[in-house]
Design a protein around this ligand. Structure first.
Ligand code: TYM
Length: 322
């Protein structure tokens, strides 16, 4: 079976962008692959975090992945910092990564805009750690949203460069992006991708009322015409969300709302989202109460540790460390 690795940051609230762009695909293809899913807490600290909240968010993220349908019997779920090989390999990969490659990373450019001298070195180096995550496990497929594809490309380049010097050490992975859903945009700023927190975002744990309010106030335009037109960012994004939650195709959706205005469409959209997220929220509460999360994460770390340590040992040996 092909090997899948993907990760999610336990910072902010996990939102429907994460769900539609990544998590749903992970859940749906669990039987087809050998899966490892990682809660990347070391990536979260590239910006400052409150220690108590970070610890809670790691568990919340794990609980939510399980509530969305990640089955710990079929897929490994673990916390990045539980496996020290990730940090060690990241350092080694740093030494094989030209600055120029890193300087091209658009996510760093966006995140550091206007504050280049203040952001952490870790934020700049983020893609090297991500490469280590992926390359430690001989990953074939990395299912991600569109914003992460450049980072996966970098992991490929680093793997190829390393292999060209030392022979076939790393498997060269491939990003897989699920479309539509690969780039869910913000509700208030549909020109930017939805990101964790605020009124731009629908969190998986948002109450039904919050979801209704957020969708009702989502930015659209004055055309009041319900059509999939990618030039009209706001309504296009809402229609994409509708498409993904309802399972209807674009033609069916346009027909359904042909005689209706934005207000009616938004009401329907809110209900479709609420109906799908409600069971996730309920399941999350059950999982949290069961006290199982900690055990699942420990078991996950125990499963991946030998794989990661073996690869790290091979790498250290081949480059002459120790
Ligand atoms: P993170 O935590 O930002 O996001 C987790 C996953 O959700 C996707 N995503 C989106 N998809 C569609 N629309 C959006 N608005 C949206 N926002 C986020 C992301 O593309 C991602 O797939 N660097 C990664 C985590 C990571 C990782 C890895 C991923 C660390 N190591 C190794 C894959 C392999 C990140 O910050 O994801």
């Amino acid at each position: 079976m092909k090997k899948v690795f993907s990760g999610i940051k336990p910072s902010g609230d996990i939102h429907i962008g994460n769900y539609l762009g990544a998590i749903k695909g992970w859940v749906d293809s669990q039987d087809d692959f050998d899966n490892i899913f990682c809660i990347v807490d070391l990536h979260a600290i590239t910006v400052q975090q409150d220690p108590k909240i970070l610890k809670e968010k790691i568990r919340e993220t794990a609980g939510l992945l399980l509530a969305c349908g990640i089955d710990s019997e079929k897929s490994v779920l673990f916390v990045q910092s539980h496996i020290s090989a990730h940090s060690e390999l990241a350092w080694i990969l740093n030494c094989f990564t030209p600055m120029g490659w890193m300087q091209r990373m658009t996510q760093f450019k966006e995140k550091s805009e206007g504050q280049k001298d203040k952001v952490s070195v870790g934020l700049f180096d983020y893609p090297a750690l991500m490469s280590a995550d992926i390359l430690l496990y001989d990953t074939d497929i990395v299912p991600v949203g569109e914003d992460q594809t450049q980072h996966v490309e970098l992991a490929r380049d680093i793997a190829k460069r390393f292999n060209s010097i030392y022979g076939q050490v790393f498997n060269v992975p491939k990003a897989v992006v699920t479309k539509p859903g690969a780039r869910i945009m913000g509700l208030q700023k549909p020109e930017n991708k939805m990101s964790k927190g605020g009124s731009d975002t629908i969190g998986l744990l948002d109450s039904a009322d919050d979801i209704r309010k957020k969708i009702a106030s989502a930015v659209t335009d004055s055309d009041n015409e319900i059509k999939f037109d990618s030039n009209r960012a706001g309504i296009y994004n809402l229609l994409t969300i509708y498409e993904l939650f309802s399972g209807l195709d674009q033609g069916e959706i346009e027909k359904k709302f042909a005689e209706k205005g934005y207000a009616d469409f938004k009401k329907d959209l809110a209900e479709v989202v609420v109906v799908d997220l409600e069971p996730i929220r309920e399941k999350y509460n059950d999982i949290k109460e069961s006290g199982e999360i900690e055990k699942i994460l420990e078991k996950g770390a125990d499963k991946v540790r030998p794989i990661a340590e073996k690869k790290l040992k091979e790498v250290k040996n081949i480059i002459g460390l120790g």
